[in-house]
Design a protein around this ligand. Structure first.
Ligand SMILES: C[S@@+](CC[C@H](N)C(=O)[O-])C[C@H]1O[C@@H](n2cnc3c(N)ncnc32)[C@H](O)[C@@H]1O
Length: 217
């Protein structure tokens, strides 16, 4: 099975420019006194770098050594702290209630539904009471839904695009609400946009479709 560690061998996947949802939440979280944030699946660090620049203390974790190496380079270039931990999202090496907030952008699609449940449980465990998580996950309207093989309901081993060979789970709304059942869902928005960073075969135009969720412990 392919992984994101393979993709990070290509600099095209060292994404830059923070996610708009992260930019938008920063002011809200600052006003609410949030200081310590976990960036779960930080990848090359575009969101972590932005939040540090905004004055937050951010710990980044990712399962990919190459992703973390790319992150260290990008943060180093901006003279920002590099507090990075290699960890799988299903078993986080942080104490209970360690963080005021967690972000996880374009991460919690990667794996089976059971694995993603374990990751959501870990996010819940490591947030303080009242802490919030901002996350994006793919939904069943995304262009890649139905690509490749479906080893379990709504989980597809993709056949197309750069993430071919990587298992992705796509959430419909009831599934999403069940998945985050331990949290209070503060905001749930559907976002649809032209795919910017990957292309389908033949470069046909495709639409990325995802849920953006703000949830509270
Ligand atoms: C699409 S990239 C997003 C990176 C970053 N969040 C961003 O928005 O730029 C997905 C990231 O999830 C990480 N990832 C995938 N499976 C993971 C796991 N089981 N535990 C931790 N991180 C994982 C990958 O290594 C990769 O860095």
């Amino acid at each position: 099975m392919r992984s994101w560690d393979d993709l990070y061998a290509d600099r095209e996947f060292h994404w830059e420019g923070a996610e708009s949802a992260v930019i938008e939440i920063a002011a809200e979280w600052r006003e609410r006194g949030i200081t310590l944030i976990h960036d779960l699946g930080c990848g090359a660090g575009r969101n972590m770098g932005f939040l540090q620049g905004e004055g937050f203390t951010v710990i980044g974790s990712d399962v990919s050594p190459r992703g973390l190496a790319a992150c260290a380079v990008q943060l180093g270039r901006a003279s920002l702290p590099r507090t990075l931990v290699q960890a799988d999202m299903t078993s986080l090496p942080f104490r209970d209630a360690a963080f005021d907030a967690t972000i996880s952008i374009n991460v919690l699609n990667h794996g089976s539904r059971a694995l993603l449940q374990a990751a959501a449980d870990e996010i819940h465990r490591t947030l303080r009471p009242g802490g919030e998580v901002l996350l994006t996950v793919l939904n069943t309207w995304d262009w890649r839904f139905g690509s490749g093989e479906e080893p379990e309901p709504n989980s597809w081993m993709l056949a197309d695009g750069p993430e071919a060979g990587i298992l992705h789970h796509f959430f419909d709304e009831p599934d999403l609400r069940e998945w985050l059942g331990a949290f209070e869902i503060v905001r749930l928005e559907r976002e649809r946009g032209l795919q910017k960073r990957s292309t389908a075969p033949g470069n046909r135009p495709v639409h990325r479709d995802q849920w953006q969720v703000l949830a509270r412990k």
